[in-house]
Design a protein around this ligand. Structure first.
Ligand SMILES: CC(=O)SCCNC(=O)CCNC(=O)[C@H](O)C(C)(C)COP(=O)(O)OP(=O)(O)OC[C@H]1O[C@@H](n2cnc3c(N)ncnc32)[C@H](O)[C@@H]1OP(=O)(O)O
Length: 167
């Protein structure tokens, strides 16, 4: 079996994470973020690390409300695809979500088959009531705006599927 391990990200990983996701951002698969935003979110990230210490994957958990969080920036280096790295990263993210008391995990993705295999289902309905929607719309976070499907970010989300997993 190919060995790799998953651990919480450190600030030393942040530039590597940005480099890892850059091609996916250029292809409009993932939302681009400034380096400062990655640093501010470092505690949300887990990274997968090859035996030689190289970061080969990442994924993040962004809490949005008391029961609700989003899986973000899940990405695996091209030469490591299909070796279970994404699966183990998502397992860790789900474990973190459980530990935080969350009950619902959202994602916005083109990788519907991968997320389906991990228990996510496409959703069309509103996932929050109007009062929570109003609160979330105060967030400056672009990902939250995408979750709310605000018109200003709709071009970013074209072709993506909204998916949800109940934990
Ligand atoms: C919420 C968001 O962040 S949305 C964005 C999601 N990310 C992206 O779209 C970025 C581009 N995509 C990627 O980086 C990757 O494709 C990911 C993250 C979606 C999946 O990462 P991977 O490491 O390839 O996933 P993983 O290997 O666990 O599973 C993929 C396939 O490999 C298979 N697999 C799992 N373990 C192994 C293994 N040890 N050996 C061989 N194959 C394996 C799985 O069964 C699965 O098979 P299938 O897709 O052919 O049915």
């Amino acid at each position: 079996m190919t060995s790799f391990r998953v651990r919480p990200a450190t600030t030393a990983d942040v530039q590597t994470i940005q480099i890892l996701v850059e091609p996916l951002v250029n292809d409009r698969i993932l939302l681009g973020k400034d380096l400062v935003v990655f640093y501010e979110a470092v505690q949300e990230f887990r990274v997968a690390v090859a035996p030689d210490g190289r970061v080969i994957g990442c994924g993040a958990l962004h809490v949005m409300w008391h029961d609700l969080a989003e899986v973000r920036t899940l990405a695996v280096a091209s030469e490591w695809l299909g070796k279970g790295v994404g699966h183990v990263l998502l397992e860790h993210i789900e474990r973190d979500a459980h530990a935080l008391g969350l009950q619902r995990l959202f994602c916005l993705t083109f990788e519907t088959a991968f997320f389906r295999r991990h228990g996510f289902e496409p959703v069309n309905e509103e996932l929050v009531d109007p009062a929570v929607f109003a609160q979330l719309s105060l967030s400056p976070d672009e990902g939250v705006a995408e979750f709310l499907n605000l018109s200003r970010v709709k071009p970013n989300t074209l072709g993506n599927t909204r998916m949800l997993k109940r934990l």
